[in-house]
Every structure is written in structure tokens, then in C-alpha cells.
Design a protein around this ligand. Sequence first.
Ligand SMILES: [Zn+2]
Length: 462
Amino acid sequence: MIQYSNGRITIFQSALFQTTSTVVHLDDFVLVVDPNWLPGEIREIKEHVAAVQGDKPCYLLFTHGDYDHIIGYKAFPGAKTIGSAGLAHHPDKERKLELIRDFDATYYVTRDDPVAFPELDIVIGEDGQQVTIGSTALTFYLAPGHTEDGLFAVIDAEGVMIAGDYLSDFELPFIYHSAKAYEETINKAKRILRDHPVRLLIPGHGRYADDRAEMDRRVHVALDHLMRLKEAVFDGDEEALGQLKLEHGFLSETTMECHKENVRIMRKELLGGAVRQEGQTLNYAIRPISDQDIPFLWDMLYESLYVPEGGKPFGREILQDPAIAKYAEHWGRPGDIGWIAVTDDGQPIGTITARLFDESNRGYGYIGPDVPELGMAISQSYRGKGIGTALMKALFDELRKQGISRVSLSVDPNNEAAVKLYRRFGFTDVDAVDTSITMVADVERTAYSFGGAKGEEDIENR
Ligand SMILES: [Zn+2]
């Protein structure tokens, strides 16, 4: 059905997901955006294009590679295609086509044209990139967050902004790709609305907006939802999360799943953070330790050997001592859990590990064969910036997920910063041996005390 038309711009809306498809009839060409969904609906768009096209060329723009947006690709043979570099290099093309085929099979849908993943003629790789066709300039902006391959298009001459799966009137953010990118993309949309004469905002789902207050409202709703989601995830506030879930339009299994995915991605991204380093802000991410990180794991094992102030550092050969080596050797065996903090430019800055030992091979903090022993270290110049807290959160999150109820460690009581951090995560003393104390935490209990655990301590242990 046609949702809007002003003679030059026509917005079609599918019965499914209220997905839109826009046709813009320009002086030198016809632009078709995301032709979709059902065969009859695509036919309607095709007939409209045939009626206005004359001998002008047709351009096909894809806002992203989700299957509902690419489904009508083959209905416009000969059209020149436009999309982002992310779409051109989409990692899951076959999967997207499978979703179309599954849908069609489930509902006995037969199509006039085959389904295929768009091959692009014009690839947009950067923000503000312009493509001039005849006398009309199109300006594009990369819009990752919902999907990595998202794209905004602005036609100044027509006062139109095509927003893909952002800024819907009823759809709250479905993150999928990245919460951080999503937020940046909405802020980018805000700047576009400020810098371009946008009179008509067309989202990929739902109704257009033709007044500025409504456009601003949508920007606000998206940012506000993301901000509250972030806070609720950080505080582990289940009640607030439940409320956020109910704010989605058309409550269904699909929207529940989307909310769950939003929470999962937000949780993952919040584990990372930013630090100030030599006057610069440095972002870091936290991810599981993989094989390539093992040399760094040994470095960190060395760093974690606590030397009191003024004490003589150990020689590097101490790593060959079996009592020390056992914390890192053959890393990756069953039961090993490890996370690493890595800066945006790829530099590793800290690790946390949990490893099981047994009676015949006890670690310093050993209390039983089913209680992993924690080890953590942060590179010297990154200590005292909250990275230890972030690593601890990542580890506890994983322990909880794996149903592990307790975790132990051994620490020199003179290492006050470390002891303080451990106490904050619920560790209590259970034993004292020579120069170290053994501490244990109850994983479930700690999981609920995350709120406010935003400290800035120096980390070293053992
Ligand atoms: Zn969509």
C-alpha cells in the first residue's frame, strides 16, 4: 500500500513488519529503495516505477542487507545498485537468502523473480560520500549499530532522508551489531538533521515523519532507550530491564528476542571501557583469551608476582618454576577461563584467569578440585584505571554462566589494592600461608553486588 506520495516521492508500506520501500522520481533517474516484501507488493512498486520511469535509468539503493530489505532486488533488472561497503562484503549473504527461502516455503509464497543477494555497482565506504547522478546529488552516511552494513541517504534537493532501520515511529532500537555504534549512529542522524534541509524522514519500518518535532522526538526516544538500557545492564537492575522490554511495540516472541539480544550485546560491550592515558582517552575491549594471547599471558603471570615496594624483582626464569608455570602452561585445557583487556589499537593490557587444580597439583590458593583459582594482572602503566574491575566482572559473568559456585585466590596481604578489590567482589579470607592469604568468593552472591562496583584500584596478585 502507499503510505505517502507528493508526486515525486512515493512511500510504499508492506503488510509485513510495516517495512517501507521508497521510490523517488528525479529529473534524471528513478531511485528505488529496498523494494519489498510480498510478490503483489513488489509488483505494485514495479508498476509504479514503470509508469514514471520513461527512458530514465533506475537506481536501486539498499539501506542494509537484512532479508526484508533486499527481497525485491531481482525485480529491477538493469538497475544500478548502491549500498555500503559492509553490504558488499556482507559475511552472511547465504544466510540472508535462506531466511527468504524459509519464509516463502513456510507461507507457500511464489515469486515472479528469483532471490539473490545484491551485487553493488556503487559502493559507499565513507561518511558524507556524495554520488551525483545527472543533476542530483545524493549524500550517504554509514549507519552501523543495527547491522554493520547500515546506510543513511540524504537527497538535499528533495529534502528527504532515508534512515533504514533507525528512527521508526514504533520500533525501538534493535541492536544486533553494536550498542556503541548504534548510539553513535543516532547521534550522527541528529547531526544530519541539523546540517541538511530534511523535510521528510523515512524509516525502514513504520511511518514517515514530516515535521521536525517528530524527527527530534524519534532521536530522543532511541537515545533515551539506549541510555536506560545501559544503566539497567550496568546496575544489574532486572526490574528496569523488564520495563524496557515492555516498551517495545507489537510485543511478541520477536520483540522479546530483540530485547534479549540488546541486553546481551550491551552487557558484552559494557565489560570494556575507556581509560585516560598520557592525556588521551583510550578505549579497550574485553574478550576471551585465545591462542594468540598466550605469550602475553606468560608476561602477565610474571607481572602478577607481587614484589613489595623496594623489594628486588624476580628474574624472568622464575616462570620456569613449576609452582608458577602451572598457572599458564598448556593454556586452553578444559575448565580454563580467561579474559584479556585489549586497547582499540590492539595492545593487550591485562588478563584474568581461572583454572582448576587438584590435590596432586595444588595452586597457592587451592581449596578444592571443583573451585577454580583466580589469577589477574594489569600492565604496570594501566593500573588504577578500573580495568581490574572490568576484568573481574567479565570473569564472574562467565563463572555464573557456567554454573561455577565458588572461586578462590591467593594474595599477599601487603598488596592492599588487590585485597581491597577482591573484598569488593565478595572475597573473604579462609586461610593464611606464609606470606599469602587464601580468599574465596561465592559467585552467585557477588553477581548481585555489581551495582556501584566502579572502583579504580591497582591490581596485582599472588
Ligand atoms: Zn528491517
